[in-house]
Design a protein around this ligand. Structure first.
Ligand code: 1GP
Length: 241
C-alpha cells in the first residue's frame, strides 16, 4: 500500500511534494507517461463536478502504466474508487454549507469503510483567487478573503484542534491569483500539520514562487490539462531527494 509512505514523506520531507491533479473528465494518458519521467510524487484524482469521466476507469488506466501513488481528492460522494491508494477526505471549512462540511462525508462513510480506503481527514479552505471558482459555484459557498488573515489562521488552527491531519489552501482551479506566500508562511507557523497549496500555478515562475512558501505539497491541474509538456519545466523546479 502506497498511501502510508506517501503521508510519511509529506510529513517529513525537506522539500515540498509535487502532486498532479487529474480530472477524469479531461484525462490524458500522455500526461501520466510524462509524469513517470518527471518523478511526480502523487496524482490527485477528482473534480468539482464530474460529467462524463469515470474515476474507476481513470485510476485503472493510470495504474496500468505508472507506479506513482494515486490519491482520491473527491468533489462529492460519487468520486470514490477501491482502486485508489488512498483518500484525502475533505471538509470545506471555509464555507458554511452543511452538505460540504459533513453531509457528503456521511454519504461517503459506508463506502470508504466497505472499500477499506486508507484516508486522511483534510480541512479544505477556499481562498479568494480573484476568479469565481468551480468549487465556489458547486458548493454555493464564499471563499475566504486572503486579506482576512485572522479568520484564515483561526480556521486553520481550529482544523488542527478538531483533528484534521492536513490543510489544503485552495485558490480554485485556474485561479488568477494563487494563495499568497505570506499567508502560507503564517499558517505554517500556526499549525503543525502539513499544508497543501493549489490553484492557479501555471508557469515556472509561479511554481518557483510557490516553492518559497513553505507548503508541504504543491498541486497543479489546469495548466497541465492545457499543456502537458509544461510538466517537465514545473517538476524541474523541485529538488528531488
Ligand atoms: C484545483 O488546486 C487545484 O483544485 C489545482 O488548481 O487547476 O489551477 O492548477 P489548478
Amino acid at each position: 500500500m502506497k498511501f502510508t509512505p506517501l503521508i510519511k514523506k509529506l510529513n517529513t520531507s525537506k522539500r515540498p511534494l509535487f502532486a498532479v491533479l487529474i480530472d477524469p473528465d479531461k484525462f490524458n494518458l500522455d500526461l501520466i507517461r510524462l509524469a513517470n519521467i518527471c518523478k511526480v510524487d502523487c496524482f490527485l484524482i477528482g473534480g468539482s463536478v464530474l460529467e462524463k469521466g469515470n474515476v474507476n476507469k481513470t485510476i485503472i488506466a493510470i495504474k496500468k502504466i505508472s507506479s506513482i501513488p494515486v490519491v482520491l481528492f473527491p468533489g462529492d460522494e460519487k468520486q470514490l474508487s477501491k482502486h485508489a491508494d488512498g483518500l484525502f477526505l475533505p471538509s470545506l471549512l471555509s464555507g458554511r454549507n452543511p452538505d460540504y462540511l459533513i453531509g457528503k462525508q456521511i454519504l461517503m462513510s459506508p463506502v470508504i469503510k466497505q472499500m477499506k480506503l486508507p484516508h486522511l481527514p483534510m480541512a479544505y479552505l477556499l481562498i479568494n483567487g480573484n476568479r469565481a471558482s468551480a468549487t465556489q459555484k458547486v458548493t454555493n459557498t464564499q471563499p475566504l478573503d486572503a486579506k482576512n488573515k485572522k479568520l484564515i489562521l483561526h480556521t486553520a488552527l481550529a482544523a488542527e484542534q478538531l483533528g484534521f491531519k492536513l490543510i489544503y489552501l485552495e485558490a480554485g482551479s485556474g485561479a488568477k491569483t494563487s494563495v499568497p506566500n505570506a499567508l502560507v508562511k503564517e499558517i505554517k507557523k500556526t499549525v503543525s500539520i502539513p499544508v497543501i497549496v493549489g490553484g492557479g500555478i501555471d508557469s515556472k515562475a509561479k511554481m518557483q514562487n510557490a516553492l518559497k512558501s513553505g507548503a508541504n505539497m504543491i498541486v497543479v491541474g489546469n495548466a497541465l490539462e492545457n499543456n502537458p509538456n509544461l510538466l517537465a519545466e514545473l517538476s524541474a523546479c523541485f529538488t528531488f531527494a
